[in-house]
Every structure is written in C-alpha cells, then in structure tokens.
Write a new protein. Structure first.
Length: 272
C-alpha cells in the first residue's frame, strides 16, 4: 500500500508498526517527529490543513491518511480527484487505539497494531495503579493554546486523571484568564499546538491575576512538549510520564528517557 501521511501522528504510528516502507509522501512535521524518515527519498507535502490534490496526485498514493486539524475543503478535493482518504478525528484514548488498529489494517500489520494498543493500555494502567493512592490529587489547568485560551483535549484529561490529578474545566473548550485565576489550579501545564517545548512560561505566569494562583506562587507551571500531549499516537505514553512528574515530583521526579529535555518548569523566582 502506497500511503501519503499528512500528520505526524500517522507517521509515528507507521513507524511503530514497522511500515515506513509504505510511505511515499509525508509532511515536514513528520520528518521532525520520526527521525528515521529523514534519510529516505520521500516527497514532502503540506499537512492536512493546507495540502492540495495536485501535489498528492503527483506522488500517486493509494490512500491519503489525515488527522485533525484538517480542512474539509482540502480533503474533499483529494477525494474528488479519485484518491481515497482516511480522515481521523480522535477525541479519547480509546479513539486513538481504534485509529492505530485502522492504520495497522491498511498497512497489513494487524497483529503488530494489537501489540501496540496492548502496550499502551498496559503502560497507562500501570501509571494509574501507581497514582491511585496518592493524595492530594492536584487541580490541573492544561492549556492547548494561549490566544484564546483553550483547554487541552479529552485524551489529555484522561491522562491527567491517570496521572493522579483533577482536570480543570471542559476539555477542548475556550476559557479566560479570569476563569482560570478564579479556579486557582495547583498545577499549570502548557502544551501549545505546534510550539514544541517553546511556550513562554514567564508570560503565562504574568497574566493578569495569575500571580496569586497557587501554581504560580509555588512555581508549578510547566511546558510539556507539544508532541507528547497533542499528538494522538503511542508517544502519549511519554506524555503521561511527563504529567506524573509534574503532578507528583516527589514521587516521580526523575525524568524518564522519553521525556528527557521535553518538560520545562517556570523559574518561579522571576515571576514573583
């Protein structure tokens, strides 16, 4: 099967499946997320939002796999040109597991897909068991975007709860600095889409009314790299481990290999 991947999550899943040889095109973001792709002769195309039928027809894929966020008009044009499209829109961890199975079926790697899903379930279950008895369970504000302020997605809420925290607000909804300040979270997690690990924590802590929040006063404002929380792929397991470090530093204070260098904490003395 000749596959064109329009999102890093798709390429990561194909990598874990051992099916990178089926890729004929991917995005530059895929090259950043999957180092093994960089030495391959792949056509680089635009992502699910801005790709065109013309650039994809040039590489003649048998299927295009896209994932949120995507623009319906772009995908409709690809379909109209006669290329099958699988458009993924996961909300929960269970949805992500089903998407892994779907991609595995397309790549004729169903058994490996089941192994990956079982591994994710085992890893998440182990963390949930480790945090089950931890008290207190801190109130956590997770931010997917900063202007406007947007709460992280449902799967991040599920991960926060597995990590022994309480998720503030409604997953995926828009909020305001005033509403967050009033809720007074104990931990702030910033994982902005597309920002990697470059979220300006000083600016976040300096928002109006936030200096008095427990999270800011105690320096518990963190940036967790975008790909660990926002990419619906097996890499979420490393995101979960980063969350446990942020929520329970005394218990999970040593960075695991998958999170090394991808979680940063506010220098709280500068925000006093």
């Amino acid at each position: 099967m000749k596959i064109a991947s329009l999102q890093p999550s798709v390429s990561i899943i194909l990598d874990r499946l051992g099916c990178l040889d089926q890729l004929v095109a991917c995005t530059r973001y895929c090259l950043a997320a999957v180092p093994a792709l960089r030495g391959r002769s792949l056509v680089t195309v635009r992502d699910s939002w801005s790709t065109t039928a013309e650039e994809l027809l040039a590489v003649r894929p048998e299927i295009v796999i896209a994932s949120v966020p995507y623009r319906n008009e772009s995908l409709a044009a690809i379909l109209k040109a006669g290329v099958p499209v699988l458009a993924l829109a996961p909300h929960s961890l269970r949805d992500i597991e089903q998407d892994i199975r779907l991609i595995a079926a397309i790549a004729a790697a169903e058994a490996r897909g089941e192994q990956i899903v079982a591994w994710m379930q085992s890893e998440i279950g182990a963390v949930r068991q480790q945090t089950a008895g931890l008290r207190p369970r801190p109130l956590v504000y997770c931010e997917e975007w900063g202007k406007p302020l947007i709460h992280s997605q449902l799967w991040v809420q599920e991960m926060v709860e597995a990590a022994g925290g309480r998720f503030l607000g409604s997953a995926g909804s828009v909020t305001s600095p005033e509403a967050v300040a009033e809720a007074d979270p104990e931990v702030v997690i910033a994982a902005w889409c597309g920002a990697g690990d470059r979220v300006p924590l000083d600016k976040i802590a300096g928002r109006s009314g936030w200096a008095a929040m427990r999270a800011v006063r105690q320096g518990r404002v963190y940036c967790i790299a975008d790909e660990l929380l926002n990419t619906p792929a097996p890499t979420l397991v490393d995101g979960l481990k980063a969350l446990t470090e942020a929520l329970h530093p005394q218990t999970f204070g040593t960075s695991s290999p998958g999170t090394s260098g991808k979680i940063h904490r506010l220098n709280w003395n500068r925000s006093r």
